[in-house]
Design a protein around this ligand. Sequence first.
Ligand SMILES: C[S@@+](CC[C@H](N)C(=O)[O-])C[C@H]1O[C@@H](n2cnc3c(N)ncnc32)[C@H](O)[C@@H]1O
Length: 231
Amino acid sequence: MIPNLEKILKAPGMLTQNEGEYLYRLAQFNPAKGAIVEIGSWKGKSTLCLALGSMSVGGEKVYAVDPHKPLAEEGYLEDTEAELHKNIKMAGVESHVVPMVMTSEEAEKGWAQPVRLLWIDGDHRYEHVKQDFLLWESHVIEGGVIAMHDTIRKKGPKRVLWENIFFSDRFQEISIVDNITAVRKAGNISLGKTLTKWMVIACRALYIAARKMGLPHSKPFGRWILRKLTT
Ligand SMILES: C[S@@+](CC[C@H](N)C(=O)[O-])C[C@H]1O[C@@H](n2cnc3c(N)ncnc32)[C@H](O)[C@@H]1O
């Protein structure tokens, strides 16, 4: 357990402890240079994990994009902007978060910075996840990381993962931590890396099938194996 994350992980939000710690590590260790962009902050749980990770190594700011408006279709019924600000203050990460109260589409319009870590956790409907991916992927530098949430249980992110990442030869080093899937953007991928990538995808498919069949302990065991194999 990373010490200063304990309090943050108790804050309201949609991340498991493993996921929070993983985002912290991604923000900390990704050696590429560039901003961290978050699509979908809600009350800021992932924002804080990313900001704390980056802050701990004197890294870049987190641009936290979210309109914070109720979105009944996705089950968000409140305005969360005030709570985001409160949580940023509570965690002492004001210097490392730039809240952008707008949609991902609006934020991308004037965007001109390279991005080393793109975290997609906004509207999970297929067309929206796809739009977030297509709008922002080109800003991610080579060696940078794209991480997406709800890639095991929600149809939208899963489909984008297959169509735009798994079947593309521009991404490698798939990591799976609970419902997060992260990949590194690369120029050329060697045969060895391609084989490793498809091996991970096959393990993931087995895990999903085992869960669908309701095999006992498939969720904790599968999550554990995928974490150990891929991170
Ligand atoms: C799953 S929640 C984010 C959870 C957050 N990452 C956490 O760790 O608790 C999804 C968020 O995406 C936001 N959202 C919806 N449409 C969006 C868009 N077009 N651009 C950016 N954010 C959006 C919603 O307002 C909501 O707060």
